[in-house]
Design a protein around this ligand. Structure first.
Ligand code: CDP
Length: 229
């Protein structure tokens, strides 16, 4: 089978990154978590006082984007491509609630989206890539070989994220997580630039009742049927 470009989109905590990571491992591809880029920019903005409440100081932040060093490095111990911001591994810090609660504010700024999409396209120049996010099949790689749109109920997704955070040093309550997920669902699907929506040619997979392994098997089956792997 030739190397494919696979786009995985969907709402928060539908298991996009989990699926993308398993798929990349199975196929020997690179996995890029596009949300991690928006999260890293959000962390930078918080740390440098450019985010107050729901206001972002675009005049200060946008000119600084060109000088940010955001890149991924594969960690063989976690089996994950981890994100670095100006030389520091911020993979864990970008998942904290403080970042989650602000990231959709950052992700709706058109200039920030342009910057991130440009980086994502560069990373996707070579095929053999699985990228997950909100607009991968619609904007970043409209010609992707395969587009998957993951869905699950807000409750199922909040439980997943809550359990994930329990394992970290910064847990949150179920209510906080549920509220955050619902707010981001709304912001991500109603923003003006590249809102989350299912690409016409995407295959929708509702994995609310599936384990990560079952989700992987479902998608591998689609790949076998389409590409004969
Ligand atoms: O992990 P989770 O699905 O909750 O979110 P994420 O993929 O880390 O993305 C965090 C946020 O970044 C989303 O809520 C979106 O606001 C934004 N995002 C986006 O706008 N476009 C993408 N391609 C990826 C993320």
């Amino acid at each position: 089978m030739r190397d494919l470009t696979i786009a995985i989109d969907g709402f928060s905590s539908t298991g996009k990154s989990t699926l993308a990571k398993l798929l990349a491992k199975e196929l020997g591809y690179i996995h890029i978590d596009s949300g991690a880029m928006y999260r890293a920019i959000t962390l930078y903005a918080i740390e440098n006082g450019m985010l107050r409440g729901s206001e972002v100081n675009e005049f200060e932040l946008i000119p600084q984007l060109d000088f940010l060093d955001i890149h991924f490095e594969f960690n063989p111990q976690t089996g994950k491509n981890e994100i670095y911001l100006n030389g520091e591994n911020v993979e864990e810090r970008i998942r904290e609630m403080e970042v989650s609660s602000k990231v959709s504010i950052i992700a709706k700024v058109p200039e920030i989206r342009d910057y991130a999409v440009q980086m994502q396209r560069k990373l996707g120049e070579k095929s053999g890539i699985v990228m997950d996010g909100r607009d991968i099949g619609t904007t970043v790689f409209p010609n992707a070989d395969l587009k998957i749109y993951l869905s699950a109920s807000a409750e199922a997704r909040a439980i997943r994220r809550y359990e994930e955070l329990l394992k970290t040093e910064h847990p949150a309550t179920y209510e906080e997580v549920f509220r955050n997920i619902s707010e981001r669902d709304l912001m991500d699907s109603t923003r003006e630039v590249s809102p989350l929506k299912k690409a016409e040619d995407a295959v929708e997979v509702d994995n609310g009742q599936m384990t990560p392994q079952q989700t992987l098997e479902t998608v591998l089956q689609i790949i076998r049927e389409r590409f004969g792997a």
